[in-house]
Design a protein around this ligand. Structure first.
Ligand SMILES: Nc1ncnc2c1ncn2[C@@H]1O[C@H](COP(=O)(O)OP(=O)(O)OP(=O)(O)O)[C@@H](O)[C@H]1O
Length: 236
């Protein structure tokens, strides 16, 4: 898995006979076939408990399928070890989890640097170009540069959300996967956030997979998928 160059002319995500269960017997996910084209912005929606977070965790390699295959830009996550998947994710996939997963006592800048560190680019995190890109992304997401020196626990939920996006984008991921990030925001802040997210993805040529139960967000995306339409397990 070392230094694999991804070919972005193929599907960004390809699922084949994908099954997953938490208890070893009841499938939460069973998707016979599904693919997302490279460069698309895809909205995956479904009711609470439908399996959205589970699917997202499978696609980014945090969970391993019970059976079936997941390919990301032609690389099979299922044939990788847990360590290889972690490294692959750090290099190629930006992930924003529901709870953002920022380390509360670290400054915002250090939280962002960690992403470079996990991608095996620790020295890059100390370089001027990295600092510059961090400032550009912070500005693009309408955060003040002073925020970089504050512990992340001091930030509002909306600010933490935007920091989580900066951290997910700092390694210029080929694929950005975002889980339900707008639920804590009011409708004005949400609209603003969505426009910023789309602009930054366009600028970086990142394929976007965005998971939510909020159907009103669908208009921002090229493709909308109701999880119930592709998931034969049907969720709970
Ligand atoms: N760690 C876990 N162990 C066992 N069951 C789980 C676990 N995580 C989720 N589940 C179950 O799997 C099903 C799908 O959950 P999941 O969190 O993927 O749904 P979701 O669509 O993301 O829901 P929500 O919109 O409420 O976040 C649910 O029935 C849930 O109870």
């Amino acid at each position: 898995m070392q230094n694999v160059e991804l070919t972005t002319d193929q599907a960004a995500i390809s699922l084949t006979q994908l099954r997953f269960s938490y208890d070893g017997s009841n499938d939460v996910i069973h998707i016979p076939k599904w693919a997302l084209e490279s460069g698309q912005k895809c909205f995956v929606f479904g009711a609470s408990g439908a399996g959205k977070s589970t699917l997202m965790n499978l696609m980014c390699g945090v969970l391993k399928p019970t059976t079936g295959d997941i390919e990301v830009f032609g690389q099979s996550l299922t044939s990788m070890s847990a360590r290889q998947r972690d490294r692959f994710r750090a290099k190629h996939i930006g992930v924003v989890f529901q709870q953002f997963n920022l380390i509360p006592y670290l400054t915002v800048a250090d939280n962002i640097r960690l992403a470079a560190w996990f991608a095996g680019k620790a020295e890059r995190a100390e370089q001027d170009a990295f600092q510059q890109r961090m400032l550009e992304l912070v500005a693009a997401l309408q955060l003040k540069p002073e925020v970089l020196d504050r512990p992340s626990r001091e930030l509002s939920v909306g600010q933490q959300q935007r920091v989580a996006i900066v951290r997910a984008l700092i390694n210029q991921p080929d694929l950005l996967i975002v889980d339900e990030p707008t639920s804590a925001l009011d409708s004005y802040a949400r609209d603003n956030f969505m426009k910023l997210l789309m602009a930054v993805c366009d600028e970086q040529n990142s394929t976007l997979l965005f998971v939510s139960h909020d159907l009103s967000l669908q208009s921002y995306f090229d493709v909308g998928v109701n999880l119930a339409d592709i998931n034969c397990a049907g969720g709970q």
